[in-house]
Design a protein around this ligand. Sequence first.
Ligand SMILES: Nc1ncnc2c1ncn2[C@@H]1O[C@H](COP(=O)(O)OP(=O)(O)OP(=O)(O)O)[C@@H](O)[C@H]1O
Length: 247
Amino acid sequence: MRDFLDMPDARTRHEQGLALSGISLSRNGTSLLNDITCALPPSGITAVMGPNGAGKSLLLRVAHGLIDADQGLVLWQGDAVTEEARKAQAMVFQKPVLLRRSVEANVDFALKVAGIRHPSLRDALLNRVGLKGRNKQPARLLSGGEQQRLALARALATSPKLLFLDEPTASLDPTSARVIEDILHEEREAGTKIVLVTHDVPQARRLADDVLFLTSGQLHCHQDAASFFQTPDSAEAARFLAGHILN
Ligand SMILES: Nc1ncnc2c1ncn2[C@@H]1O[C@H](COP(=O)(O)OP(=O)(O)OP(=O)(O)O)[C@@H](O)[C@H]1O
């Protein structure tokens, strides 16, 4: 799995997406990520799949710079990810991280951090995630699905070039999940690179352009989505797609 090292030199940095090289992470003597190397396409949606405990969330956190790997490199457009580069990234967590303030204050805060003061932009974002007219409501009183949509609005407030999402629809009803999927489609079309952890095979089929498949901290395959769902390169992935429990 050395596709990162096979990148043609002729590629410009801008054409390079997110690359992980030899990422390893251990805790208390247990290997949680084991020598993961891959080059994600610069555009489109990469789905990260695998059973519980495979290391999907950890990999996302390492890729976004929230956790330092023990070994390995994370590169974005050919360079190590600096604080400046990270400002062009955003992450939506499985459990929404929100301020204990109003709905609009949550988006305003994200816009302010991005140096944008634009109430009409905030309202457009709330409208886009289906929270129009909920501006003054305390964010903590939103339902789980509404909170997740607000978290997405906050992430989009910075117009990220690279958007990480960790199971953003895991506990949502089909309508809320659909709102989020539609936005991810739109963002993809607008050129945002998206890396999405999902357990949901039908969702990955609907959204993914390519798939990373992990078990036990090991990357088993990285394939374009069409071939992954038809003929996965790894026996573990085939078993996962067939609904078998993986140890
Ligand atoms: N800080 C930590 N210290 C020790 N072990 C950890 C730590 N964080 C995660 N782990 C372990 O690493 C493994 C991978 O965790 P991770 O959350 O990345 O899995 P996942 O693939 O996202 O799983 P799920 O699908 O259940 O969300 C798990 O066994 C978890 O218990």
